[in-house]
Design a binder for this molecule. Structure first.
Ligand code: NAP
Length: 679
């Protein structure tokens, strides 16, 4: 059998391992299958390449261009995923595990591609929050903006998800406009190497955007600058060692840490045997213990059940775990493959022994279990192991020791406060789940445990059909947790992108803020054009282009007609005395919706043209009532433009309605889809 030389991709070329490289063994057969590591890797050249070539190339693109790049990469990876499946079995992972790692990683990239297009502008500056009014007359205003850090993101990943682990960090990094140097864990780096190869073969990425270190990083971390980011996933021990390096501390280099955690799952007090929730709980726990052979940072390690249901839960879990077939990950009948290495197996067995000092093993004997289609001794196999800790308040190890394998401990609780206290004893976790059909239980847990957990996963009979699983971090939701879990966040949609950008407070005049942010700020210059803005194609419209309409008077007849026509005969529009008793109205007033309709009547240009549709209204506020005898006029200004596809883009218009005294009556943002070209 040939031993693969796992290469690094440094400063634009592939570099093989050297004499000091580490052997990597198959998790299933124990044979050496690959070697990785090169002590002579020129890390300074890699940093230089990222800083001088990759970064500027990415920064030159808009968020939408980067998002399109991510989509193309995800599609390309999808076309080649069989190659990744084939090579991944050697890590001990089953086909089901591949779906989480490989398909899950590609899916994460798709989500970031889509969020980049939908939630970020087609520009290089991301606006964070609204404009802040800093002066009485609005000539000096404030806004927070985010721009990409001008360094490189060094991604250090754990062994368990060689593809997802890389892509979940890479997608937000590239979307932010930062290049990355990826350093996978050596034990499974051959899978990451192939994924990087596939991405580079596509030639979608600009030069220098993605580099790879297979093996050790050398002294790279000591050469980073304040513009670089380290994003680490792995054990708490390694995180502590790396993040406390004086060079990182001295230069305030961002360090994102995703560590291990002792995640809990609580069986609600309402979810006893015989309820759909009880069955669901057993299913979730079994799955979380055995998927990826329990090598998941989010796996359930502590099972917290009402005292009176613990025996039933143990019995049912034993029956469920007994059905899990262990063996050759390639076999379709295998439910659980091997741990990544025999070293990992030894570590898990040793930690299980420590847990065993405080808890009784009630399922799974590592000395006696069946392995199908593989050599139990040569491969890194262990059975699922369930422990029962009868006195969890006095115990320490069960709340502290992470056996990174199919190992979990069940423990009793007396009441809900006790369950919450036990869940929080993990000192900060990535996720806790609560299986309950009772909203009060859910609310109490959210209040009592929210501060200790990065994610709370509630599931019951209503959501179980579509729920995504306790252990699945989703690109839309934040992943990370306080304390023991590392005190950082990743993912969470655009939030995850901002970890690779600097937030800067900008203060200045409305024109200055408009020029920087690419979004018209009220008070900035208005542009008038001879043609009505509704007749102008998307790309011709300029920010600040404004239409002022003529006024229109409002009569009592208008109000009555609208009331009768729509059925909206609310007393404030119909009964003068009743309206006067209301603290908001001077007497009968016009319907707000009538004013909006009149506004549209005032500003639209009726002919067929570039405006294709009105797709919504945002931030509508009625500021001052309008009575019969008043008049209104409209100011319509192009605030922001976002291309949506090859044919049209969204125009956000800032609209104000003022009365005959120029008092603001209503304000909103109108959204339209505008064609690039009128046929
Ligand atoms: P690990 O031993 O802490 O290693 C993590 C990464 O750090 C690997 O890439 C490793 O590279 C690297 N590393 C170790 N020492 C280093 C050093 N001195 N300088 C630079 N890099 C160094 O963790 P692991 O065994 O791979 O992964 C299992 C752990 O990760 C578990 O504790 C699990 O809970 C945690 N995890 C957390 C998450 C999360 O999202 N929170 C996700 C997955 C896993 P080498 O392999 O080359 O040593």
């Amino acid at each position: 059998m040939t031993v693969q030389d796992v290469k690094s991709f440094a400063a634009g070329r592939w570099v093989g391992s050297d004499a000091g490289a580490r052997d990597i063994r198959s998790a299933v057969t124990g044979e050496v299958i690959a070697r990785a590591g090169n002590a002579a890797l020129d890390v300074e050249a890699m940093l230089d390449h990222a800083h001088k070539t990759g970064g500027p190339a990415l920064c030159a693109l808009t968020f939408h261009q980067r998002a399109k790049m991510l989509k193309a990469l995800a599609l390309h990876l999808g076309q080649h995923k069989q190659r990744l499946y084939d090579i991944s079995f050697a890590t001990g992972a089953t086909q089901r595990d591949h779906l989480i790692d490989i398909d899950g990683g590609i899916g994460t990239m798709f989500v970031f591609a889509s969020k980049g297009r939908r939630e970020m502008p087609d520009a290089q500056v991301y606006l964070d929050g609204e404009v802040e009014q800093l002066s009485r007359n609005g000539t000096f205003v404030g806004q927070h903006i985010c721009t990409p850090l001008q360094g490189v993101a060094v991604h250090i990943n754990a062994f368990n998800f060689p593809v997802w682990g890389m892509l979940e960090k890479l997608a937000p990094t590239l979307l932010a406009g930062m290049p990355a140097i990826v350093k996978p864990a050596t034990a499974s780096c051959y899978v990451t190497e192939l994924a990087v190869r596939i991405m580079l073969e596509s030639r979608i990425l600009p030069d220098g955007a993605l580099q790879l270190v297979s093996g050790g990083l050398g002294d790279m971390l000591d050469r980073l600058t304040n513009q670089d980011v380290v994003s680490f996933t792995g054990s708490a021990e390694t995180a502590l060692k790396l993040r406390s390096a004086p060079h990182l501390l001295r230069n305030s280099i961002r360090f994102v840490a995703e560590q291990d955690s002792l995640n809990a799952s609580i069986l609600g007090p309402d979810a006893g045997p015989g309820t759909p929730e009880f069955d669901l709980f057993i299913k979730e726990v079994t799955r979380e213990m055995t998927t990826k052979a329990g090598q998941k940072c989010t796996a359930i390690r502590r099972i917290i059940a009402p005292e009176k249901h613990v025996t039933a839960a143990i019995e049912t879990l034993r029956a469920s775990l007994a059905k899990v077939t262990i063996g050759d990950p390639k076999a379709e009948t295998t439910r659980m493959g091997a741990l990544v290495s025999t070293e990992q197996r030894d570590d898990v067995l040793q930690k299980a022994q420590t847990i065993g000092q405080e808890a009784e093993r009630v399922f799974g004997d590592p000395a006696r279990f069946e392995v199908h289609g593989a050599d139990a001794e040569a491969g890194a196999f262990v059975p699922p192991m369930l422990f029962h800790c009868a006195n969890p308040d006095a115990a320490r190890h069960v709340h502290e020791v992470e056996a990174f394998g199919p190992v979990a401990t069940i423990m009793p609780y007396t009441d809900l406060d006790h369950a919450i206290a036990l869940a929080n004893k993990g000192q900060g976790s990535l996720v806790a789940s609560i299986i309950t059909h009772d909203g009060d239980v859910a609310r109490q847990v959210a209040l009592g445990a929210g501060a200790y957990h990065g994610r709370l996963y509630f599931n019951n009979r209503d959501s179980m059909g579509e729920s995504t699983g306790h252990g699945s971090p989703l690109p839309h939701m934040v992943h990370g947790g306080p304390g023991r879990a590392g005190g950082s966040e990743e993912l969470g949609g655009v939030r995850g992108v901002l970890h690779y950008m600097q937030r800067t407070a900008i203060q200045g005049s409305p024109d200055i803020l408009t020029a920087i942010g690419g979004k018209w700020v009220p008070g900035a210059q208005e542009i008038t054009h001879a043609d009505h803005p509704f007749t102008r194609e998307f790309h011709d419209l300029q920010l600040g282009e404004t239409l002022h309409t003529k006024p229109r008077g409002i009569t009592l007849d208008d109000i009555e007609h609208f009331a009768e026509f729509t059925g909206d005969t609310f007393y404030a529009h119909m009964d003068d005395a009743a309206a006067r008793r209301n603290p908001f109205f001077p007497g009968r007033v016009a319907h707000g919706y009538l004013l909006l309709s009149f506004a549209a009547g005032l500003f639209v240009q009726p002919d067929e043209g570039p405006v294709l549709a009105n797709t919504g209204l945002d931030n509508l506020r009625f500021m001052k009532p309008v009575e019969a005898g008043d008049s209104i006029k409209v100011r319509l200004t192009v605030k922001h433009k976002t291309p949506r596809n090859d044919e049209y883009g969204e125009v956000r218009w800032h609209v104000t309605l003022t009365n005959q005294n120029d008092d603001l009556v209503a304000e909103y943002e109108l959204l339209t889809m505008n064609a690039y070209q009128v046929p």
